[in-house]
Design a protein around this ligand. Structure first.
Ligand SMILES: NC(=O)c1ccc[n+]([C@@H]2O[C@H](COP(=O)([O-])OP(=O)(O)OC[C@H]3O[C@@H](n4cnc5c(N)ncnc54)[C@H](OP(=O)(O)O)[C@@H]3O)[C@@H](O)[C@H]2O)c1
Length: 304
């Protein structure tokens, strides 16, 4: 089995490269043609649609796993066309080429397709209404992939972090070393999700579908996050506690709760973006761990 992995140097892509290794031969791609560590790999820019189509045509993979995306949520407000080209239009290219050569597609989307007004976890069939250019571009990608009629899985995830890349965990640890007081938004609720959990779950699902026909009812859209929920202030507080307890930081800064209104950003974020993962868990017989467990494990890796 051949798996074409797009975006192998992102948070999720890096973890997928390891997690998918036992399942098939991986053709990894990055925008630069280099993997973390400087090893050569194939080059793929989702903005170059002709090259993307040609790559799929020549590779003819069993699965295309797309972990690449324009993820600069605030920047996207200033360059919505570029975000749309990479997160939206590229999925028309991937889906159409996949359908043509008989590949299946795994794609990742976001809690930011929702407007955040719910009070119960969002189900897959809830109405979407993105508040930001990034959210609109990701929703366009979902729609494009569905319309291509390629067999696909769309995993909507949220609040992704890990021991590498740019993410909230690493930012908090850096700020904790620099400052005595951190102010963190407490009125946005969601579920911190380790990149590794996303990759490992993807591997389990791909393995479960290895003998499935392309019209198998298990293809479709799923919510994939850790269990439970918190707010950014709660997430930051737990990071600081664990980091201090394990000696990763010498001194505990004060973590002060503020409101979104006190920390304006270019892109509007949903206030409540907890995703209901019961469809994924019941369809594939999985048990997703609580976000606090995932955080403790990720912190353990930072310590190692
Ligand atoms: N991060 C989150 O909190 C979050 C939340 C919900 C959903 N998601 C979704 O989860 C998926 C994985 O996200 P992540 O956190 O792993 O993101 P990430 O760490 O920002 O990685 C994104 C990857 O995409 C690559 N990329 C950007 N523009 C590209 C282009 N034009 N062509 C090819 N590659 C390009 C980046 O490469 P460069 O290093 O060259 O820029 C990077 O390797 C994405 O679909 C994202 O939308 C993420």
């Amino acid at each position: 089995m051949t798996i074409l992995l797009l975006g192998a140097d992102g948070q999720v892509g890096f973890e997928l490269h390891r997690a998918l290794a036992p399942i098939g031969r991986i053709v990894a791609t990055t925008r630069t043609g280099l993997l973390p560590g400087g090893i050569d790999c194939a080059r793929c820019d989702l903005g170059d649609h002709a090259a993307l189509d040609a790559l799929i045509e020549t590779t003819r993979p069993n699965w295309i796993v797309n972990a690449a995306a324009y993820t600069a949520v605030d920047h996207a407000e200033a360059e919505p066309d570029l975000a749309h080209r990479i997160n939206g239009d590229a999925l028309t290219v991937i889906g159409t080429a996949a359908k043509r050569v008989g590949s299946r597609v795994v794609h990742y989307s976001t809690d930011y397709v929702f407007n955040g007004t719910a009070t119960l976890p969002w189900r897959e069939d809830a109405s979407t209404a993105p508040l930001s250019a990034y959210g609109r571009s990701k929703l366009a990608g979902e729609t494009a992939l569905r319309e291509s009629a390629a067999a696909h899985l769309i995993f909507r995830t949220a609040w992704v972090y890990g021991p590498r890349g740019t993410n909230f965990l690493r930012t908090m640890l850096r700020l904790a070393r620099e400052r005595e007081r951190l102010t963190v938004v407490a009125d946005q609720i969601g579920t911190p999700t380790p990149a590794r959990l996303i990759a490992q779950t993807t591997a389990l699902v791909l393995y479960a579908l290895r003998n499935a026909a392309n019209d198998d009812a298990r293809f479709g859209t799923y919510h994939l996050t850790a269990n439970g929920h918190t707010n950014w202030h709660g997430f930051a507080s737990r990071i600081i506690e664990l980091a201090h307890g394990s000696g990763l930081i010498e001194r505990k800064p004060e973590v002060v709760a503020i409101t979104t209104a006190e920390f304006p950003t270019k892109a509007v974020r949903p206030a409540y973006s907890v995703l209901d993962t019961s469809k994924l868990q019941s369809t594939f017989g999985l048990a997703l761990p609580d976000w606090t467990e995932g955080l403790a494990r990720a912190m353990g890796e930072l310590n190692a």
